[in-house]
Design a protein around this ligand. Structure first.
Ligand code: UD1
Length: 342
């Protein structure tokens, strides 16, 4: 059984990946500083995987603690999620983002070199393509000047890996996510949203549970089917599975110096209004909404060309938007009930 370290394994995409690793016969080991998660995520993960799941409480910025913890374990590969991810916060507090996200990736790569661990998967984002209306977006699309410090940390992360691969026998893929939504089918893990959610689906589920009065739809005067923005919403379970396909490919490859990037999306665009209506239909809940001003920085359309991941990783997104919205609501309901009886 191969041991795979998952940094940020208690986060949204990380936790779902831990479950899929386990389902595919890997032994996931979680490393997380719990800065954006709750203890209950560990309980849920243990239920979905195994009671003796290892969870290392380590701040990735602390290289001594990283070394101390990781030298004790035989690790075959690393999937690196641990990073801050709020675009708005990164604009207001860039040093927090550069410090955590850049120090984090450098530290984990340095320890990997020391311990001779050569397989690395990096959690990147379609944000690296910046503002583009050229859809579908393929991997050949140029990486442009970053639109935020958060986006810049993803670009810099990719550059660091590329440089490392060209200097030594190291194998890595950067996976560029489009818009992950939804939750595990059990409803016991999902996207935690503290305060006012920035992303559409967590906001939607908080309107559905009555926490927020209504959804603000940011603009309906875009050049799209109904005037609202188009995104490529991918079920988080499909996204998590893609990591296993990528890891399988990396691990079987005997050559060193491998680096590549893959877009992960469905290849299909959905508008904000289409998403709201799918949520209403599948969960039988009315969502009140208002059309408001455009949000600055929003691009009109962004959806992926996923041919490369389909062909080279043999991975396909299989779950629907409806599956995702049903599971997102199941997760929100589970979370609300848990808070109530806490
Ligand atoms: C956001 C990030 C992006 C990141 C991506 C995936 C920003 C500006 N961009 O993308 O860098 O790669 O998540 O994690 O944060 N919307 C509403 N009302 C709302 C919330 C959103 O109408 O209350 C609309 C937005 O205008 C957009 C769509 O819903 O058209 C999706 O928004 P969101 O979930 O925030 O994701 P992105 O902006 O696509």
């Amino acid at each position: 059984m191969k041991n795979i370290l998952v940094t940020g394994g208690l986060g949204y995409i990380g936790s779902h990946t831990v479950v899929e690793l386990y389902n595919k016969g890997y032994n996931p080991i979680v490393l997380d500083d719990k800065s954006n998660s709750e203890k209950s995520v560990i309980d849920s993960l243990k239920k979905l995987t195994k009671e003796d799941l290892i969870v290392l409480d380590v701040d990735i910025k602390n290289i001594n603690s990283l070394r101390e913890n990781l030298t004790k374990i035989n690790i075959d590969g690393v999937i690196h999620f641990a990073a801050y991810k709020s675009v708005g916060e990164s604009v207001n507090n860039p040093l927090k983002y550069y410090s955590n996200n850049i120090t984090g990736i450098i530290n984990i790569l340095m320890i990997m070199q020391d311990l001779n661990i050569n397989n690395f998967i990096f959690s990147s984002s379609c944000t690296v393509y910046g503002e583009t209306n050229q859809v579908p977006i393929g991997e050949f699309h140029p990486v442009v000047e970053a639109m935020s410090p958060y986006g810049n940390t993803k670009q810099i992360g990719e550059e660091i890996i590329k440089d490392l691969v060209s200097s030594t026998d190291f194998k890595a893929y950067s996976l560029r996510y489009f818009n992950p939504i939804g939750a595990h089918g059990s409803g016991v893990i999902g996207e935690l949203a503290y305060g006012v959610p920035n992303h559409l689906v967590p906001y939607l589920t908080q309107v559905a549970n009555g926490t927020r009065g209504g959804l603000n739809v940011f603009g309906n005067d875009y050049n799209t089917i109904d005037g609202t923005c188009i995104r490529d919403y991918i079920h988080v379970v499909d996204l998590a599975k893609a990591h296993i396909y990528a890891l399988d490919k990396l691990l079987i490859s005997k050559e060193g110096r491998i680096y590549d990037v893959y877009n992960l999306g469905t290849g299909k665009g959905t508008s904000v209004l289409e998403l709201i209506s799918a949520f209403e239909k599948v969960n039988k809940i009315k969502i009140p909404y208002n059309i408001v001003e455009r949000r600055s920085g929003d691009v009109e359309q962004a959806f992926a060309d996923v041919t490369k991941a389909n062909k080279e990783l043999n991975w396909f997104a299989k779950l629907s938007i409806e599956d995702a919205l049903k599971s997102a609501w199941k997760w929100q309901s589970y979370y609300d009930k848990k808070q109530k009886y806490k």
